[in-house]
Write a protein that binds this ligand. Structure first.
Ligand code: DAH
Length: 354
C-alpha cells in the first residue's frame, strides 16, 4: 500500500495537464483502477483482516482523491495565469475616473465674439504676434517720434549686433492685422481679428499678455452710424440684453474721427450690471479709418472708407462672467479654472436681434 501511495502521489505531482491527471484518476480510483481493485479484495478477507485493511484503503483513496483535486486546481490556476499574461486587456473593467478639463473664459468669449460677428458677415483674420515695427506702428500712422509708441510699453525683440533695422516687437495691439488683411483682400472687406497682444505692464487690471478683438469694415459708403449699429448689435447679443452705447470724442493716430465707446451699466453694491442703469463703462476704442492707414494697406482713400474698433477680450469676459481680477486669468490655478471654466459642450450664449 505504501508503494501504491508513493507511485500515485509521484505521478499526480508530475502530471502536466488536466487530461493526464484524468487518466491517472481512472488508473487509480476509477471503476477498474488499481485501488478500486484492491478494495474489491476486501470481500475475500477475514473480518479481522478487513478491519485493519478497510480503513487503510479508504484513507489511501481519500488521500489520492484530494491530491488529484489539489493538482487539478493548481493546473487550472496556472492555465488562467498563462491566459491572463496573453489577454492583459479586460474590456469589461470600468474606466478609471478621469478629471475633465474646462474651456478657459478667454477661449469661450473669443468664440462668442467670433460667432456674433460672423452673423453680421465678419470673417476672422489673423496676424503674427511678433510683428514688424512698420505694421505695428508706421502703417497705422504712428511714426517714429509719436508719443503713442512710448505709451504702449512695447516689448522689443533682439537685433543682431550691427543690424540697424528697427527691432521687431511683440504686437502691442491687434490693429496691425487691419493692414495685413487690407493687403490680402483689398476693399471691400469686413473682418475681426481676435488675438494675443503684449505690453510691459502688470497690476490688477493689466497683464503683460492680454487679448483684443479688432474689427474692420471697409466699403464705399460706410459711416460712424454703421459702427454704432454694429457695436450695439454686438453688445446686445453678447450680454443677452439690449445695451446702449455712448460715443465720446477721442484720439487715435489710425482713426479720424475717433471715439471711445462706453456701454450702459448700473453699479449695485460694487457689482456691475450691463444694459441697465445710468452708469457708463469704457470698453473700446474706434473711429473711421484714417486715409493714411488705408493708403498703407494699399487701398485708395478717395474711393473707400471704413470703420475700425479694438476691444479687450479679457475685459468683456470679466464683465459678463463677474470675474474680479484679471491676473487670475493667467495663473493656471486649477481651482480657478474649474470655477470659471466652461464645459466643452456648453454652447456660447449669444442672442441675436435683441
Ligand atoms: N489699438 C488700440 C489700442 O490697442 C485700440 C483701437 C482704437 C483699435 C481705435 C482701433 C481703433 O481699431 O479704431 O489701444
Amino acid at each position: 500500500m505504501d508503494d501504491l501511495k508513493a507511485k500515485y502521489l509521484g505521478l499526480i505531482s508530475g502530471a502536466g495537464s488536466e487530461a493526464a491527471l484524468e487518466e491517472l484518476r481512472v488508473q487509480a480510483v476509477g471503476k477498474k483502477g488499481e485501488i478500486s481493485l484492491q478494495m474489491r479484495e476486501l470481500g475475500k478477507m477475514t473480518p479481522e483482516e478487513r478491519q485493519v485493511m478497510g480503513p487503510k484503503l479508504n484513507a489511501l483513496k481519500n488521500e489520492i482523491n484530494s491530491a488529484l483535486a489539489a493538482k487539478k486546481a493548481a493546473l487550472s490556476d496556472a492555465a488562467l495565469d498563462e491566459r491572463l499574461k496573453a489577454e492583459w486587456l479586460d474590456v469589461t473593467l470600468p474606466v478609471r475616473p478621469q478629471r475633465q478639463g474646462s474651456i478657459h473664459p478667454v477661449s469661450q468669449v473669443w468664440e462668442e465674439c467670433t460667432a456674433i460677428f460672423a452673423d453680421m458677415g465678419f470673417a476672422v483674420a489673423e496676424g503674427p504676434q511678433v510683428e514688424t515695427d512698420w505694421y505695428n506702428f508706421d502703417a497705422l500712422n504712428i511714426p517714429g517720434h509719436h508719443p503713442a509708441r512710448a505709451e504702449m510699453d512695447t516689448f522689443y525683440m533682439h537685433r543682431a549686433e550691427g543690424d540697424d533695422l528697427p527691432p521687431h516687437v511683440l504686437r502691442t495691439h491687434t490693429s496691425p492685422v487691419q493692414i495685413r488683411s487690407m493687403e490680402a483682400t483689398g476693399a471691400p472687406t469686413r473682418i475681426i481679428c481676435p488675438g494675443r497682444v503684449y505690453r510691459a505692464d502688470y497690476d490688477q487690471t493689466h497683464t503683460p499678455m492680454f487679448h483684443q478683438v479688432e474689427g474692420l469694415a471697409i466699403d464705399r459708403d460706410i459711416s460712424m452710424a454703421n459702427l454704432k449699429w454694429v457695436l450695439e448689435e454686438f453688445f446686445s447679443a453678447y450680454f443677452g440684453t439690449k445695451v446702449k452705447t455712448r460715443f465720446r470724442a477721442s484720439h487715435f493716430p489710425f482713426t479720424e474721427p475717433s471715439a471711445e465707446v462706453d456701454i450702459q451699466c448700473s453699479w449695485e453694491n460694487g457689482t456691475v450690471k450691463v444694459g441697465e442703469g445710468d452708469g457708463w463703462l469704457e470698453v473700446l476704442g474706434s473711429g473711421m479709418v484714417h486715409p493714411k492707414v488705408l493708403q498703407a494697406g494699399g487701398i485708395d482713400p478717395n474711393e473707400w472708407q471704413g470703420f475700425a474698433f479694438g476691444m479687450g477680450i479679457d475685459r468683456i469676459a470679466m464683465l459678463k462672467y463677474g470675474i474680479p481680477d484679471l491676473r487670475a486669468f493667467f495663473d493656471s490655478d486649477l481651482r480657478w479654472l474649474r470655477h470659471y471654466g466652461f464645459s466643452a459642450l456648453q454652447v456660447p450664449t449669444i442672442r441675436g436681434g435683441v
